[in-house]
Design a protein. Sequence first.
Length: 194
Amino acid sequence: MRGPQPHPVVLSPRLGGVLAHLARRQTSAQRLARRLQIVLAARDGLNNDQIARRFGLGRATVRTWRARWLIAAPRLEGAAAAGDDDRLLARLVADALDDAPRPGGPVTFGAEQVVQIVAVACEPPPGSDRPTSHWTPRELADEAVKRGIVRSISPRSVERFLGSGRPQAAPEPLLAHPQTGRTGGLRRAGHDRV
């Protein structure tokens, strides 16, 4: 049973030449070259299933890039007809086939806040009225909230900011680690692994 036929891709000779050149160019990113191959195969009349099989891709991937091309094609053909430089056309094509911005949450902690938390980690805990000789991620998180650096922060976020738990140049460990009975596991504060 045949499904709906995909929209045909029609390229002017000039724009087709720019796409073919970009697809063959050794400095083109692999993902761009693959997307160009999809568009060129669609121009040659292949349907999405045929293109997917030819390049070992999923049909949804082929459908996505065909659709993205069809949206951008009128603008690109207009630029080609207006006599735009081939380098400019190549840039426009690459932009049209580039990844779309991905959604994500806003940055939770600014650089200044991270720097302030690291600065607290460099201070001795007794100076902050903490009854310990080494900072733990939980105590650093509590101290950052207490000082008004952040409204809230998890101990895991503090660990991420501090990387391995101690800067390379620190003479003393900045974070206390829980003791384990295993060797090679977590280390106790003040004891380096060998």
